[in-house]
Design a protein. Structure first.
Length: 125
């Protein structure tokens, strides 16, 4: 099937899904502008095409306040949820066009300097 263009061990897959948790990020994580800029730059760094501007909002209260962001890309989406008090970020990148997960990890480290990062990559059939 031509729309399944990610090959892994000769098997075609529909998409790649990077699921990432970054703990103990720097104060840049608290800025809606920084999150929006991160989304824009990430699109370029993983060679995607943005569909519009990122939607970035802060909401919640108490220990559940944070920022949520969505950047649509022509091949799917980048989503971010943060927790202000813990300085944690939950980032998903899903695309039916292949991308380098390491490029996302490197840019995350450069931008938010997390104390700890856990991630997994899932190939979706």
């Amino acid at each position: 099937m031509p729309y399944k263009r990610i090959l892994a061990d000769g098997v075609p897959h529909y998409g790649k899904h990077l699921i990432l948790t970054a703990s103990g990020c720097n104060d840049q994580l608290l800025s809606k502008d920084e999150i929006a800029n991160f989304c824009r730059e990430l699109v370029e760094r993983i060679d995607m095409v943005a569909f519009g501007e990122p939607l970035v909002e802060r909401f919640g209260s108490g220990d559940e306040i944070g920022i949520s962001a969505v950047q649509l890309i022509q091949t799917s989406a980048i989503t971010i949820h943060t927790n202000d008090p813990a300085r944690d970020m939950y980032l998903d990148v899903f695309s039916c066009k292949d991308f380098e997960a390491q490029a996302v990890l490197d840019f995350l480290a450069e931008s938010f300097a997390p104390a700890k990062v856990e991630h997994q990559v899932i190939l979706r059939k």
